[in-house]
Design a binder for this molecule. Sequence first.
Ligand code: RB5
Length: 153
Amino acid sequence: MMTIAIGNDHAAPQLKKAVMEHLEGNGFEVIDVGCAEGEKCDYPDSARKVCDLIRGGEAMLGILICGTGVGMSLAANKFKGIRAACCSETFSARLTREHNDANVLCMGARVIGEGTALDIVDSFVNTPFSGDERHVRRIGLITAIEQVEMSGE
Ligand code: RB5
């Protein structure tokens, strides 16, 4: 069973809940590190918790939801080993798994509706990385940038 870490800020507790129920209904295990309705929380804190779970091996993939998905993706991509993609449609969600081996999906609760979000989630979690040599090489180039730019933290 695949474990997915999920986080949100105060803009997205309802969509987070819908995504969790959808995933659990489809046999995924979900670890929720986000905030509940009525709570205020800052998106970088949820991003850090989800990224830590992935990097620690407790979750295979992560989903982060804020108002636009953009703040979450900016924060998540600061963590070594994290490739976060902000998606508002299913094509990008599928291709970012196939080509980029993205391990975090970010979405905006103020951008897309629940039906679209659940379709995006399905595309993301059900698509494996292609493993093609050219994609492995390009991801290696991203990792090389990461190692140079983030060294000496
Ligand atoms: C919070 O109001 C909002 O800024 C946040 O959810 C997100 O959209 C940031 O990128």
